[in-house]
Each structure stands twice: as C-alpha cells, then as structure tokens.
Design a protein around this ligand. Structure first.
Ligand code: EPU
Length: 433
C-alpha cells in the first residue's frame, strides 16, 4: 500500500490539464455491450485509472476485447452472448452496475452481482431495478445476483425520482436498455449530470434516437440495432474543481486547461461566494487566490447543483475560512468520513445530522490521516497542501481510482507531494518527490 507525504505551504503556480472524466468514461465503455459481434467502439481522452482497468476486465468477461493506446480505448465485441458480471469484479467497483442496462437492452438477459454498500453510504439500486421493471424486464435478486430476463422489453414511461433525487447510473442503465426497446420510452426525473448527457450523445452517435438530452425528461424512440462509432470523453469536472481547491488554499495562481467551465457553474459560484477570484473561458479556468476566504453555506444537490463529489475538497477550503461555514449533504447523508481526519489537522468541524458546521481556523497543521474513499482522500490532499509541516495520507489507493498521477501533476505546479510505499514491516521506501 502507498501513502502520500505532503509538505504543506507551497504556493501552486502554473498551468495544469484536466483528464477525461472517469464517471463519463465508465458507462460509455459499458455502452459497447449494445453492439453486435464484430463491432467496435473507440473512445478518446480515457483516463488511465484503476476503475477504468476494472471496467476493462469486466467487459473482457462479457465478450468485449478492450485495448488501449495512450488515451484511446477500443472496445471490440468478439462474443455477444455472455451475460454474467461476477462478484469478484463487481465488489471492486460499484460502477460495474453500468453493464446491467446494456446487457438487458442488447442480450435480453443479465446476471449482475448486486453491489454492496460502501463507505459513503448504503447506496441501493432500487431505482435501477424499478426503471428496468417498468420496461417489462423481469428482474429479481437471487443469491446476491440481480437476474434479469428481458424477453418482453418494451418502451414505456419510467419515473426515476428517489428519496435523494434521480440516480445517475440508474438513468444511464434505463437509457441503455431503452435505446433498443421496441416503441417509445419516456424517462421522467432523469439525472441531468454531464456524464449522463455524454452517454446519451454517444448513444445517438451509435444510431440511437434520444431527445431531451440534459433535461429531466428523456424521450427514446427504440431502434433495432446500433453501430460502432468514435467519441471523446468529456473533461472531469470534479478533477478540475479539485485543482481549483488546491490552488485556493495555497494562495496559488493556476490555470486549469482542457476543462468545461459550463459544467462547473455551482463550484464556480461557491468560489465567488467565498471571495476567491476566478476567471474562465470556453475550456479554461484561472484561479487567483489571496488565501483568505469568506464563509459559505452550501448544499450538495443533483446537477446542476453543487456536486457531492466536490464536498470534501470544498470543506478543506472552508476549514480555512474567516468565519462559520455550513455544508449540507443531500445526496449521501453519511458522506463525512473526512471530517474526523480534517479535525486531526486542526480543522474545527462539528457534524450535525447531514450538516457539517465549520469554524474556519487560521492554519491547519500536518498530521497522519487515513483516506477512506476517493473524494475524502482528495479533500485531505487539499488540506495537506495548505497545512504547516508534513501530512501523511495513508491508503492512497482510493485516490488512484479517480485521479491519474495526482502527485506528479501537483508537483509540476510547485507542490511537494511524494508517494511512498508502505511495506508490511513498516519500513518506508521513498519513490518520488
Ligand atoms: N439511490 C437510491 N436508489 C438507487 C440509486 C441511488 O436511493 O437505486 C440514491 C443513492 O443512495 C444516493 C442518490 O440516490 O443517495 C444518488 O445516487 P446515484 O445513483 O445518483 O449515484 P451513482 O449513480 O451510484 C454516481 C457517481 C458517484 C456520484 C453520484 C452522485 C458514477 C460511476 N458514480 O454514482 O461518484 O457521487 O453519481 O453524483 O458515476 C465518485 O466518483 O467518487 C462517486 C462516488
């Protein structure tokens, strides 16, 4: 296992490029299951991440040969009959559930291990199941697997609203089943995230007929088959926002290139409210930070609201605010694993139900902390960059699931972050600075 050792207090300066979005690339890769034997789907700007490789392995089990050349990934369907997504792979990555919709749509059957809960919450899949059942799919949980028989798949009206809003991967699954269902499907209360839009655009590029992209009402005219195509993965809005946060806490002057500011209205607005200067163009954002922030009251919401995946990183910024900030988590009520770790670094945060009340401090101090999930870890990295002295973040494999070469890229901006292997006998080997 690796850990990060961060020497805080280094000002970030310069330019950085954002990679393709993991959460867009994963369902786009899964969409290859909608193709016929012999067809190919080619995706550009695919980030090189553990989760992407896990999806590649899963697709391999499902008859799709996945190859990679730099940032280009090719999915070649060599056998369009397998339908089983096994537990050994699904347990590693919840997003494996994205294969359910396309298997049902094209192969008319699926047996997908049901993902369990995870550290950020219970994370049920009832909306996925309800949506597919509305399309005439017989679906039931048997011995830990969701088993689906889609011989009667038909376009119908599907309502995808849940207690915490619409579901991102639930919408993607229903959409991928609906594109090959006979007749018209109306998805009401669809998730509007850019990653859902990107999938819908890809599907239309493969010959699907989806209207209303980007809105909560998607209309799908079923077609009899799709064809291979080439497409690019959209930039990662959460990675871009994480760099913004790192620039902010280090009094940095950073240009973030190859991003989509139009996908980041809520994070940009929260920076404006905090008094952090930003400027943006079509595909770039500049952050000019003085290091002093006004307190902010924000609530995570489905897109275009403030993203839950940027909550921990923004909390690290607000830990250094000049007053009391409130962050309310409306997507994952339990997503506060970073709070006790941030308090180890001197942050003053009180969790109150689904809210965190943050009394800004003048300075954080380096400490040993534990990464618990991808975004919590990113929040700790941001805090570590601002803290006085050294911060050690254990279990950074969480970060590797969603950020490619994070330490090297931050070092290119002037940070001091090194990855260190933690050997079983507790002796540490320095790998890179
Ligand atoms: N929910 C239900 N029933 C369902 C599905 C979801 O109640 O059937 C609830 C969830 O428990 C949660 C809310 O609805 O409270 C939203 O969950 P959603 O289904 O939208 O999440 P997801 O599709 O499983 C994706 C991202 C997550 C991101 C969420 C919310 C991917 C692969 N994952 O998950 O990303 O937090 O949307 O935006 O797209 C991450 O990248 O770190 C990450 C966790």
């Amino acid at each position: 296992m690796d850990k990060f050792v961060i020497e805080g207090g280094r000002q970030l300066q310069g330019a950085i490029q954002v990679n393709g979005a993991k959460n867009a690339a994963l369902p786009m890769m899964a969409a290859s299951l909608l193709l016929e034997q012999g067809d190919r789907l080619v995706l550009r700007n695919v980030p090189n991440l553990v989760d992407i490789r896990t999806m590649g392995t899963l697709l391999g089990k499902l008859g799709v040969r996945v190859t990679r050349n730099r940032d280009v990934m090719t999915m070649h369907v060599t056998d369009d009959t397998p339908v089983i997504a096994p537990y050994e792979i699904v347990k590693k990555m919840r997003a494996s559930i994205c294969v359910l919709g396309p298997l049902v749509g094209r192969r008319r059957a699926a047996k997908v291990s049901q993902p369990g809960g995870c550290v950020i919450g219970v994370r049920p899949v009832d909306l996925h199941v309800r949506g597919l059942a509305d399309l005439g799919v017989e679906i039931a949980m048997k011995r830990g697997y969701l088993e689906a028989d889609a011989s009667n798949l038909k376009g119908r009206t599907v309502y995808l609203g849940g207690a915490y809003g619409p579901s991102v991967t639930g919408t993607q699954n229903v959409l991928m089943a609906a594109v090959l269902a006979e007749g018209t499907t109306l998805i009401e209360c669809a998730a509007c995230e850019p990653e859902v839009q990107a999938l819908a655009e890809l599907l239309n590029g493969m010959g699907a007929r989806i209207e209303g992209i980007g809105s909560p009402r998607l209309t799908v005219q079923g077609v009899s088959h799709l064809h291979g195509t080439k497409a690019a993965v959209i930039p990662d809005r959460i990675e871009a926002a994480t760099f913004m946060a790192a620039a902010a806490v280090t009094r940095g002057n950073v240009r973030i290139n190859k991003c989509r500011p139009d996908h980041m209205i809520a994070p940009l607005e929260s920076f404006r409210m905090a008094g952090i200067e930003t400027e943006s163009g079509e595909d770039w954002i500049d952050v000019h930070s003085t290091g002093s922030f006004k307190p902010v009251d924000i609530t995570t919401l489905p897109y275009p609201g403030f993203p839950t995946d940027f909550q921990a990183q923004f909390m690290a910024v607000m830990s250094l605010g000049s007053g009391i900030s409130v962050i309310t988590e409306k997507i994952y009520p339990d997503r506060f694993m970073h709070v006790p770790e941030l308090t180890r670094m001197g942050a003053k945060i009180r969790k109150e139900g689904t809210c965190a009340i943050i009394a800004g401090v003048d300075q954080l101090t380096g400490a040993e902390v534990m990464a618990s999930d991808l975004r919590a870890s990113a929040g700790l990295v941001v805090a570590g960059m601002a803290a006085e002295g050294f911060t050690e973040i254990h279990r950074v494999y969480h970060i590797d699931r969603g950020y490619q070469n994070l330490e090297r890229r931050l070092c290119d901006l002037g940070a001091r972050v090194s990855r260190v292997s933690e050997k079983k006998d507790n002796t540490y080997i320095r790998e890179a600075v």
